[in-house]
Design a protein around this ligand. Structure first.
Ligand SMILES: [Zn+2]
Ligand SMILES: [Zn+2]
Length: 324
């Protein structure tokens, strides 16, 4: 590319560069992520992994989230710039089986610089935490609405169990310590502090959901298996492990039947997916709708984080399930 660099053109170009730096800046001093030699460049597949990397990395890392805020991350597609970020990062934190595009880009470009959080602890089978039984006096031979699990599929939504997230955090700290040995102690200490916060959250959930009139949660997609397993809830999901806007008529009918059978007063929808399905079921059974957030991404930039959204979820569940 050739152009005459008159003083005016140069000034314009410089202004543009400053503007771009302002837009992409992730650190407080206005330095674009990736340009700070003192920081470890970490790329995260989606929000909960960004949360972990930022909490544990602190000032020592610059974290880039591949998923846009407010966008549903399952079906994320990567642009060339993002593939470049994966190629150049010191560490890529991802969850194999959650975002196929990221899995592929990591395989082709990240080499041994990837940390797969799905390997930290065995994942649950896709059907675990689901809902499978016969109702009293009812023919219930048809497939339940909790489906989506077959062929040994694994459920990736592991971050919704705070204690599992803490264990992933410990492992991430260890991995960051091998990338950046000088600050290994810092990473371990911050992971410890995060573990304490997550264990407090876990205790609040255990206590808050101990005594409830109902334990079935009717949700859009099968995102709450870990939450359900940890706190003895029953997940009744309209669609499978990935969100869909248009479930089959059978799935919808089965969910309506389940909601009625368990006298659900609330049908849950998600912030990043259309509430249409939840509204349809709620109308059919005379229930309300409410947000139960699977925290696949943050919906707003109002200072919320994993911990605050989980606490909001807990209050929502306590109201919907009439917990004392
Ligand atoms: Zn999901
Ligand atoms: Zn049932």
């Amino acid at each position: 590319m050739t152009f005459r660099s008159t003083p005016r053109a140069l000034a314009a170009t410089t202004a543009t560069l400053f503007a771009l730096a302002g837009v992409t800046a992730c650190s407080t001093d206005g330095t674009p992520a990736g340009a700070d030699p003192d920081r470890v460049d970490v790329v995260a597949g989606f929000y909960p992994l960004q949360f972990l990397a930022e909490r544990i990395g602190g000032d020592a890392v610059a974290v880039t989230n591949l998923a846009r805020p407010g966008a549903e991350p399952h079906d994320l597609e990567l642009n060339p710039r993002q593939v470049g970020q994966i190629s150049e990062a010191s560490l890529v934190v991802f969850l194999h089986g959650f975002q196929p595009a990221v899995d592929e880009a990591v395989e082709q470009n990240a080499g041994d610089r990837a940390f797969d959080v799905a390997t930290v602890q065995p994942l649950l089978d896709a059907t675990a935490g689901g809902h499978d039984h016969d109702h009293e006096g009812e023919e219930h031979a048809e497939e339940h609405a909790d489906g989506g699990g077959s062929d040994g599929a694994k459920d990736p939504h592991v971050w919704l169990d705070p204690t599992r997230l803490a264990t992933i955090g410990d492992q991430l700290a260890e991995r960051l310590g091998t990338v950046d040995p000088d600050r290994a102690g810092e990473y371990t200490a911050r992971a410890g502090a995060l573990r304490t916060a997550l264990e407090e959250l876990d205790a609040e959930f255990t206590e808050g959901l101990k005594t409830c009139q109902r334990r079935e949660i009717v949700v859009s997609h099968t995102a709450f298996g870990y939450l359900a397993q940890k706190y003895q809830l029953e997940q009744i999901a309209v669609t499978g492990l990935s969100p869909e806007d248009e479930p089959s008529a059978q799935r919808l009918a089965a969910a309506i039947e389940e909601a009625r059978a368990h006298q659900a007063t609330t049908i849950f929808f998600e912030t990043l997916v259309s509430p249409k399905v939840a509204e349809t079921i709620a109308r059919e059974v005379g229930a309300q709708t409410a947000v139960l957030d699977p925290i696949e991404g943050l919906s707003t930039e109002n200072g919320a984080d994993y911990l605050s959204v989980m606490r909001t979820n807990l209050q929502t569940l306590r109201t919907a399930l009439s917990c004392s």
